[in-house]
Design a protein around this ligand. Structure first.
Ligand code: SF4
Ligand code: SF4
Length: 74
């Protein structure tokens, strides 16, 4: 079965470091201080994205075999 992981973008210009995304992440993988996280632990619940008051987060599901091609893009 193909493995999938999350790529999490946080727009640092929008983020006000409130910490809500860290609080709502039940997997404890959210880190708003990084532009991009790669994590297999993310469940894609998107709570961080939904609760961010500044719409700074985008959670993208990525196929493992797509990693190299798309990682260079952003
Ligand atoms: S919830 Fe949004 S604004 Fe708050 S720390 Fe996370 S990314 Fe930044
Ligand atoms: S989508 Fe869910 S599990 Fe993934 S980082 Fe956001 S809150 Fe955490």
């Amino acid at each position: 079965m193909e493995k999938r992981f999350a790529r999490i973008y946080v727009d640092q210009a929008l983020c006000k470091k409130c910490g809500i995304c860290i609080y709502v992440c039940h997997k404890k993988v959210m880190d708003p201080h990084k532009f991009i996280n790669y994590t297999y632990e993310c469940s894609f619940c998107k709570l961080c994205e939904l609760y961010c008051p500044d719409f700074a987060i985008e959670v993208v599901r990525v196929n493992e075999n797509e990693e190299e091609g798309t990682a260079a893009g952003k």
